[in-house]
Design a binder for this molecule. Structure first.
Ligand code: XMP
Length: 493
């Protein structure tokens, strides 16, 4: 009976349908621990990742977020070679050891060394003989000979008394050794062979980010997206060191996608996060393929039109909680992806069962997101578009189209695509660290109200109250003209 479909339809809820109820609390916001699991083998220090979208995440935002304790998922609407480059950049930026080191030989003339230093903009060169590190020559060593004719070569003036360190050195140990020996750079050696150089400048820079998320070798965490059937890309990303690969698809409960997860899983060492889904059945299907994380969200995104164009979706709080219940049984982390507008939504997503939230809109306008700032009527904006928008499906490298199981074919390619997203702009927001500060501050405040000292307590103890449309109206500022915009409550002009 058709009427039964109507009568049996369940109500599904989203962020604005609830508030979190204040609880008796012994927790101060400043003391809460917001560390959270993103996949089987990795934790983040803040429960935030940026969306795999071409107006949101490339290496610049991924690096900045990893430095803040989160991570960015590098989008896939670019050539494989380009995506690989972005992963390499993330990995390299967090590596204390500079590995592409310019070197010289003991027989080189001082003139040659001078040119090499100028070319590489460095003030010292390791000296290598028969593959072994035998000395170091600095600008300071060369100074007395620079303005005179000399037959001297590197071996005559280099420093042979070297202070070297092993690869396993920690930043603090390296700093102590450098200060003790009054040197600015430390050659890193393995079996007398030069592996790289550590500089004091880099150590001090790294210390600026005490919360950064790193792999076991101390490099920043890298996450990159691949298509649901793009094994070649998954393998390439894995080979260059992506720690987590996100299989990025609009409907991951498509059984071809579910089955192909096993093929990808067999061929990569990285953790696999798979999405998007919105139901308990989808969670069961993917967990049976041994995924390391699940991503939830069908149509909640700020620029999504899937729910309008296909009439399909599950309001996000219900989607998170029904996936969360299954995932919890198997200890698989849940990433709530889409629809988050305020820090309060992050708290609600976590209370509903999410371990991590994925943000598109909130991070698209940052300094570190791809694209230029445009000014309209004196206000700064950055472009933000859905990966299923016409622009992303035709303008990139096919990553937009195949996310929605579509192909770009023939000269009339535009007319043969059915978009599920729109293109627009969001306010320019400046540095991502400032945006994260506000979001995390709001989450911590929420955890204080809920009496939750950590994410686990938020999952277990936070309670919802269901509200009406008058409740939402009352929740937002009302009956006044906002005269000074708040950094965590912007109004889009
Ligand atoms: P927010 O709300 O943070 O959402 O801007 C970001 C998430 O939206 C998804 N996404 C899309 N969904 N059509 C859709 O239906 C699209 O064109 C589209 N592009 C991105 C994606 O999951 C992202 O993380």
């Amino acid at each position: 009976m058709y009427i039964n479909k109507i009568n049996e339809a369940k109500t599904a809820y989203t962020f604005d349908d609830f508030l979190l109820a204040p609880n008796e609390s012994w927790v101060e916001p400043k003391d809460v621990n917001i560390k959270s699991k993103i996949s089987t083998n990795f934790n983040l220090k803040i429960p935030i990742v940026s969306a795999a979208m071409d107006t949101v995440t490339e290496s610049e935002l991924a690096i900045a977020l990893a430095q803040e304790g989160g991570a960015g998922v590098i989008h896939r609407n670019m050539t494989l070679e380009n995506e690989v480059k972005h992963v390499k950049k993330v990995k390299k930026s967090g590596d204390l050891t500079i590995r592409d080191v310019l070197t010289t030989s003991p027989e080189s003339s001082l003139e040659t060394v001078k040119d090499l230093m100028a070319e590489g903009a460095v003030s010292g060169l390791p000296v290598i003989e028969s593959e072994k590190l035998i000395g170091i020559i600095s600008k300071r060593d060369m100074k007395p000979f620079l303005n005179e004719e000399t037959n001297k070569t590197v071996k005559d003036i280099m420093t042979c008394d070297l202070v070297t360190v092993p690869e396993s050195i920690s930043p603090n140990e390296a700093l102590d050794i450098a200060y003790e020996n009054k040197v600015e750079r430390l050659p890193v050696v393995r079996d007398d062979k030069l592996v790289g150089i550590i500089t004091i400048k880099d150590i001090l820079e790294q210390k600026q980010y005490p919360h950064s998320v790193r792999d076991k070798d101390g490099k920043l965490l890298a996450i990159a997206a691949t298509g649901p059937f793009d094994l070649k890309r998954a393998i390439a990303l894995d080979e260059v060191g992506a720690d987590i690969i996100a299989i990025d698809c609009a409907h991951a409960h498509n059984m071809d996608v579910v089955n192909f997860v096993s093929t990808i899983k067999k061929n990569v060492g990285a953790d696999l996060i798979v999405g998007n889904i919105a139901t308990a059945e989808a969670a069961e299907a993917l967990i049976s393929k041994d995924v390391d994380g699940l991503k939830v969200g069908i149509g909640p995104g700020s620029m999504c039109t899937t729910r309008i164009i296909a009439g399909v979706g599950v309001p996000q709080i219900t989607a998170i909680s029904q996936v969360g219940d299954v995932a919890k049984e198997y200890d698989v982390p849940v990433i709530a992806d889409g629809g988050i507008r305020y820090s309060g939504d992050i708290a609600k997503a976590i209370a509903a069962g999410a371990d991590i939230v994925m943000l598109g809109n909130l991070l698209a306008g940052t300094y570190e997101s791809p694209g230029a700032v445009t000014v309209i009527n004196g206000i700064k904006y950055k472009q933000y578009r859905g990966m299923g928008s016409m622009g992303a499906m035709t303008g990139g490298f096919g990553g937009g189209a195949d996310r929605y199981f579509q192909e770009i074919k023939g000269p009339m390619k535009h007319s043969k695509l059915v978009p599920e997203g729109v293109e627009g702009a969001v306010h320019y927001k400046g540095k991502v660290s400032d945006v994260i500060f506000q979001l995390i501050g709001g989450l911590k405040a929420s955890m204080g109200y809920c009496g939750a000292k950590d994410i686990k307590a938020m999952h277990e103890n936070a309670k919802f109250v269901k509200i009406t449309s008058s409740g939402i109206k009352e929740s937002h500022p009302h009956d006044l003209l906002i005269t000074n915009e708040s950094p965590n409550y912007p109004t889009l002009k």
